[in-house]
Design a protein around this ligand. Structure first.
Ligand SMILES: *Cc1c(COP(=O)(O)O)cnc(C)c1O
Length: 388
């Protein structure tokens, strides 16, 4: 198989059936059959590599995982029902009671809940560092620290963390570096190349790309994925074959979609940077981004998420949403449709203002997931909503 991303995305495919189909069929089957008692024994003893039951594996989930493994330069992977089940199962499989995590404070909201509400129930504690204080990471590491965790770019403030630097710290202290690569997709950034041990994706976002199904995946070192697989085949967070079929089709077009998303997002970011009603814009490939050099080093393009702050605080942010005509108000991102959200009055309204500011969510911050519409139409909509 070619090492080129686009070819792998299109050509990695489940073995053809006797019907010589061109496109991979949907294997909606919960289980698989055995020839005889010996076949069944050998299969369950894992002397044969084959499908037994779709909680363990299925041709459609295997095709999806094989593609992500190839795209990320990983050794193995497992597909989950959602991004959050990938995050949770990765921690649950690899950590024991008494273990400790060091993580960037800027993580997805539900990951933050996992760290602060649920993992402590099993005596697993997390210490946070701020995205602009990577120099403090080493001081947070304890004898029981097992995992260094980060998301880059971050949701929703679009900060960028230096993955190579984090990997150097992880290696020095014998920690696993686990990276949530959702915002970048495997097309724009490959954390394993910079030393990550495991990479997690919510496939719900740009991988699906059309706001249809949920999914998640963890890929990385084979021995670690083996632990995650054994945990998951017993506890049941598996991706459905239908979702895997949809998502594997989506991967065929990821490169062309991502190129266009990024081109549109850069134009939107440049427009916003020159708008008088905007205080600042955060987009990894704008020179004004605080981590521009790092973004250029580790990302192919800047991604499709633009964060910007409207003058006038919370009320101005709410008024802006009310005036939007073309774009959608929705919690999703990475859709073909442009989506705008105002985190301080919606997704992050339960946090205190101080806690919001810690993760870069200023009062007037808007997160824009730039879609695939004709970009001038998106810019016109943002412009009229800012000007009115
Ligand atoms: C959406 C998201 C998740 C969770 O994924 P789901 O598929 O919604 O469970 C995790 N991390 C990041 C960065 C996300 O944006």
């Amino acid at each position: 198989m070619s090492q080129n991303f686009e070819t792998q995305a299109v050509r990695i495919q489940t073995e053809r059936s006797q019907f010589s189909e061109h496109s991979t069929p949907l294997y909606l089957t919960s289980s698989f059959i055995f020839d005889d008692a010996e076949d069944m024994r050998a299969s369950f003893a894992e002397e044969k590599q084959r499908n037994l039951y779709s909680r363990f594996s299925n041709p459609n989930t295997t095709e999806f995982v094989d593609k992500i493994v190839a795209m990320e330069g990983a050794e193995a992977g497992y597909a989950f029902a959602t991004g959050m089940s990938a995050v949770f199962s990765t921690f649950a499989a690899l950590l024991n009671s008494g273990d400790h995590i060091v993580s960037s404070r800027s993580v997805f909201g539900s990951t933050h809940s996992l760290f602060t509400k649920y993992l402590p129930k099993w005596n697993i504690e997390t210490s946070y560092f701020k995205v602009n204080e990577v120099d403090k990471v080493e001081s947070l590491i304890k004898p029981n620290t097992k995992i260094l965790y980060a998301e880059s770019p971050t949701n929703p403030a679009v900060d960028v963390l230096d993955l190579e630097l984090l990997s150097t710290i992880a290696k020095k202290h014998n920690l696993l570096l686990v990276v949530d690569n959702c915002f970048a997709t495997p097309y724009l950034q490959n954390p394993i190349q910079f030393g990550a041990d495991l990479v997690i994706h919510s496939a719900t976002k740009l991988i699906d790309g059309q706001g249809r199904v949920l999914g998640g995946v963890t890929v990385g070192k084979a021995d670690l994925v083996r632990e995650i697989y054994l945990f998951s085949r017993n506890t049941g967070p598996a991706m459905s074959p239908f979702n895997a079929w949809v998502l594997s089709k989506s991967l065929e077009t990821l490169a062309v979609r991502a190129d266009k998303h990024c081109e549109n997002a850069l134009k939107v970011a440049q427009f916003l940077e020159n708008h008088p009603e905007v205080n600042f814009v955060k987009y990894p490939f704008l020179k004004s981004h605080p981590q521009y050099e790092v973004a250029k080093k580790q990302m192919r393009l800047g991604g499709n998420i633009v964060a910007f702050e409207i003058k006038g605080g919370v009320e101005a942010g709410r008024r802006f949403l009310d005036r939007i005509k073309l774009c959608s108000l929705s919690a999703n991102l990475g859709d073909s449709r442009t989506i705008v959200t105002h985190p301080s009055s919606t997704t992050h309204s339960k946090l205190s203002r101080e806690d919001r500011l810690e993760v870069g969510i200023t009062d007037g911050l808007v997160r824009c997931s730039v879609g695939l519409e004709f970009v001038d139409d998106v810019i016109e909509d943002l412009n009229q909503a800012l000007n009115n």
